[in-house]
Design a protein around this ligand. Structure first.
Ligand code: ADP
Ligand code: MG
Length: 652
C-alpha cells in the first residue's frame, strides 16, 4: 500500500528537535573553543573552573532541565530508580568530579561529558517519541473511523445528533464526505462507499437502496438516507474501536519479560555502581578514578533500548497488520500467530463464499411452494444458506414465523399450528420425518411442513478464489491444515480436494467441532499453536476455545468480532499467511533487539568498570543501541505484499 502523506512531525517532536539542535550548536562552540584556548586558563588559578563551568552549565540546563525536573518529581512520588534519576546522578556526579579536580589544581575534565550524556540521551528520547508517533499514526488512522455526529430525521426536520442517541429504526442522512455513523440499510439514494480505514480495501464499493452499509465507511459520491439497524454501541465502528483500544492491554510474553527484567535490573545495576565506586577506592584510595568509572557504569546501565524497542516492535506489528485489514487484538496473539502450526478452517463462509445458488429443486412441479416455505422459515436466520434461499425466492417472505436455530442442522419455524423444518438430513432424522434423499452431489436443504416432507433444494456454493493458494502457502510453511464442516461428506471431500487441505471431517455439529478442536489441541506440540478460522456463524465456541480464533469480519458478523482474537476485515484469507509473515518479522526483530542490546550493554558495562570505556563511549553504548533498536523496530511497519488472487472460482 502506498503512503499517501508523509506524516508531519508532531509539535512536541518539532519543539524538541529545535532544542536539541540549539544545544548541540552551543555545545560544539564551547567544546571547540575549549580545545583551542583552554577555558580553564581564562580566569586561571584555583577558581579557573568557574568560567568553563558557567558555559557548560548553560548548555546542560538547556538540554536537561526536563530530565532534572522529572527526576525530582518522580523521587517525590516515590519512584526513585528511573532513568531520569540515573542520568541526573551520572551527569551531576561528573560535574562535581570536574569541580573537585579544578579546586585541587588539576586539569578539569567532565563538564563536556556530562553535557554530551544528556545531549545523546535526549536524541534517544526524541527517536523514541518519533517512532512511537509513527506507529501510532497507522493505528490512529483506524481511530479516524469514529463518527462525530449523525444527521437524523426527527419529525419533518433533520437534526444533528450524537450517534449514541440515535435509535435503531431511525432514518439518518449521510452526505458526501461524511462517515456513516451507524450500521444500517440504504433506503434512498445510491453512492460509492470507501471502507479503506475499516478494512484496508482501497477500492470504493457501490451501494444503492436495499444494500447494507457498515458504520465507519466514508460516503464518497452522493447523499444517501439510511435506516439504522443497530444502536451505536452495537455498530461495527464501536466494536472495532473497543477492540483496538484494548489491544495494547494484551501484553506478549516478551513484553512481560522486559517489564520484569527492568524491575530487577535497574536496582541491581545501581548497587553494582555503588560497589564499583566505593570498594576499590577504599583499597586504592583513588576516589576520583573509581567514582568516575562508577558514573560511566551508571550511564550505560540505563535499560532504555530494551524497554522502548520491544513494545514498539509489537506496536509496529499491530499497525502493519491493521493496514492490511487484519485486526489483531493484542501483541500476545501476534506472538502466537508466529508459532501457529495448525490451521483449522470452517467451510461455509470461510473457505467458500457462502453465496449459494439454488441449482435444483425436487420435485420440480412444487418449486414455487418449496421456495416459499423455505424462505418463510429462513428469513430471520443469518446463516449464508438462509440468506441465499431468501434471495432465490426474491419476493417478500411470509411473515409471523418464530425461528429456532438448530445449529449445524437447520432451522425450525413455527407460526401457530404451522411448523416448517428446513435443514439437512440430520435435522429430518432427528425430527423423525421421512424424506426422499437427493442423490446428486452438493449441499442439500430438505423442507418439511407439519411432519410431512415437501421437497428438497440442491444448492451450490463457490470456493473463494484465494482459498487453494492460501492453504498451499500455509502447507508450504509447514503448517497442518484441517477443514471441519457440518455439510455432507461428498461436498466436504470435493472442497477438500480442490483446496488441498491436509485433513477434513464432515457432518459435524457445532459441539463435534469443539471436540475435534479439543483433540487437535491435546495432540499439539508445545511450541506450536492452533489457529481456528471461521465466520462466527455456528462456530463462536470453537473460536473461543482455540489458541487463536480468527474470524471473518465482513458485514455484520458481530459474534465473530467479539469471540475472535484476530479479525480479517476483508474476509480475505490471504490475511492469514500475511499476518503470519508480519508476526514472524515482529518476533525476529524483537529477538534481535533483545540479544543485540544485552550483548552491547554487557560489553560496555565491563569495559567501563575496567576503566577502558570513558563516559563518551558509555553514552554511545547506551543511546546508540537504543536508536539502532528503534530503527530496527520501525522495519516491522514496512511493506508486505499479498499474492494476487487466482482468477475464477470453483463451484461445489
Ligand atoms: P459449516 O461447518 O460448513 O460452516 P454449519 O455448521 O454452519 O456449516 O452448518 C452445517 C450444515 O447444517 C449446513 O451444511 C446445512 O446443511 C445445515 N444448516 C445449518 N444452518 C442451516 C439453515 N439456516 N438452513 C438450512 N440448513 C442449515
Ligand atoms: Mg459456518
Amino acid at each position: 500500500m502506498e503512503k499517501t502523506k508523509k506524516a508531519a512531525l508532531r509539535p512536541k517532536d518539532k519543539k524538541n528537535l529545535v532544542r536539541i539542535s540549539a544545544a548541540l550548536a552551543m555545545f560544539c562552540a564551547v567544546f571547540v573553543a575549549d580545545k583551542i584556548v583552554s577555558l580553564q586558563g581564562v580566569l586561571g588559578g584555583k577558581h579557573g573552573w568557574l568560567f568553563p563551568f558557567a558555559l557548560y552549565a548553560a548548555v546542560y540546563l538547556l538540554i536537561g532541565y526536563d530530565v532534572l525536573y522529572k527526576a525530582v518529581r518522580n523521587i517525590c512520588r516515590g519512584r526513585v530508580l528511573d532513568e531520569n534519576f540515573l542520568m541526573c546522578v551520572a551527569t551531576l556526579g561528573a560535574f562535581t568530579l570536574a569541580i573537585y579536580r579544578g579546586e585541587t589544581g588539576r586539569e578539569i575534565e567532565g563538564f563536556d561529558e556530562a553535557c554530551a550524556v544528556l545531549l545523546f540521551y535526549q536524541v534517544g528520547e526524541w527517536f523514541q517519541s518519533f517512532a512511537t508517533g509513527r506507529s501510532r499514526a497507522s493505528i490512529a488512522s483506524l481511530m479516524d473511523i469514529r463518527p462525530d455526529y449523525a444527521n437524523v430525521k426527527r419529525g419533518d426536520a433533520w437534526e444533528k445528533a450524537d450517534p449514541n442517541e440515535v435509535q435503531a429504526g431511525e432514518i439518518i442522512m449521510v452526505f458526501p464526505g461524511e462517515k456513516v455513523p451507524l450500521d444500517g440499510v440504504i433506503v434512498a439514494g445510491a453512492t460509492a462507499l470507501d471502507a479503506k480505514a475499516l478494512t484496508g480495501e482501497s477500492l470504493p464499493r457501490d451501494a444503492a437502496a436495499g444494500d447494507q452499509v457498515i458504520s465507519g465507511c466514508v460516503n464518497l459520491s452522493s447523499q444517501i438516507e439510511v435506516r439504522a439497524t443497530k444502536p451505536f454501541y452495537d455498530s461495527t465502528v464501536s466494536k472495532i474501536l473497543d477492540l483496538v483500544e484494548n489491544a495494547a492491554g494484551q501484553k506478549s510474553k516478551a513484553e512481560n519479560f522486559i517489564t520484569k527484567f527492568a524491575k530487577y535490573y535497574t536496582p541491581a545495576v545501581v548497587a553494582a555502581a555503588l560497589i564499583l565506586g566505593i570498594v576499590p577506592a577504599l583499597i586504592t584510595s583513588d576516589w576520583a578514578t573509581w567514582l568516575y568509572r562508577a558514573l560511566a557504569f551508571l550511564v550505560v546501565s540505563c535499560p532504555c533500548a530494551l524497554v522502548i524497542s520491544i513494545p514498539l516492535s509489537f506496536f509496529a506489528g499491530l499497525g502493519a497488520a491493521s493496514k492490511h485489514g487484519i485486526l489483531v487484538k493484542g501483541s500476545n496473539y501476534l506472538e502466537k500467530l508466529h508459532k501457529a502450526d495448525v490451521f483449522v478452517f470452517d467451510k461455509t463462509g470461510t473457505l467458500t463464499k457462502g453465496n449459494f445458488t439454488v441449482t435444483k429443486i425436487t420435485p420440480a412441479d412444487a418449486r414455487e411452494e418449496i421456495l416459499r416455505l423455505a424462505a418463510a422459515a429462513e428469513q430471520a436466520s443469518d446463516h449464508p444458506i438462509a440468506r441465499s434461499i431468501v434471495a432465490a425466492y426474491g419476493k417478500a417472505a411470509d411473515k409471523g414465523y418464530t425461528l429456532t436455530n438448530i445449529a449445524g442442522a437447520g432451522v425450525e419455524a413455527v407460526r401457530g399450528q404451522d411448523v416448517i423444518l428446513c435443514g439437512n438430513e440430520t435435522l429430518l432424522r432427528q425430527k423423525g420425518v421421512a424424506y426422499v434423499k437427493e442423490e446428486e452431489a452438493g449441499t442439500v436443504v430438505y423442507v418439511a411442513r407439519n411432519g410431512k416432507f415437501v421437497g428438497s433444494l440442491l444448492i451450490a456454493d463457490q470456493i473463494k478464489e484465494e482459498a487453494a493458494q492460501v492453504v498451499g502457502e500455509l502447507n508450504a510453511m509447514g503448517c497442518r491444515t484441517v477443514m471441519l464442516t457440518g455439510d455432507n461428506a461428498a461436498v466436504a471431500r470435493s472442497v477438500a480436494r480442490t483446496i488441498g487441505v491436509t485433513d477434513h471431517k464432515a457432518q459435524l455439529l457445532p459441539q463435534d467441532k469443539v471436540e475435534e478442536v479439543q483433540k487437535l489441541l491435546s495432540a499439539q506440540n508445545k511450541n506450536g499453536a492452533l489457529c481456528f478460522v471461521g465466520d462466527g456463524i455456528n462456530d463462536a465456541p470453537v473460536l473461543m476455545r482455540s489458541d487463536i480464533g480468527v474470524a471473518m469480519g465482513g458485514v455484520g458478523s458481530d459474534a465473530a468480532i467479539e469471540a475472535a482474537d484476530v479479525v480479517l476485515m476483508q474476509d480475505d484469507l490471504r490475511g492469514l499467511p500475511l499476518g503470519k509473515r508480519v508476526a514472524k518479522k515482529t518476533m525476529r526483530v524483537v529477538t534481535q533487539n533483545i540479544v543485540f542490546s544485552l550483548v552491547v550493554k554487557a560489553a560496555v558495562l565491563v569495559l567501563s568498570a575496567l576503566g577502558i570505556a570513558n563516559m563518551w563511549i558509555a553514552v554511545f553504548g547506551d543511546v546508540g543501541v537504543a536508536v539502532l533498536a528503534i530503527l530496527n523496530a520501525m522495519r516491522v511497519n514496512g511493506r508486505y505484499d499479498k499474492k494476487p488472487r487466482a482468477n475464477g472460482c470453483a463451484k461445489v
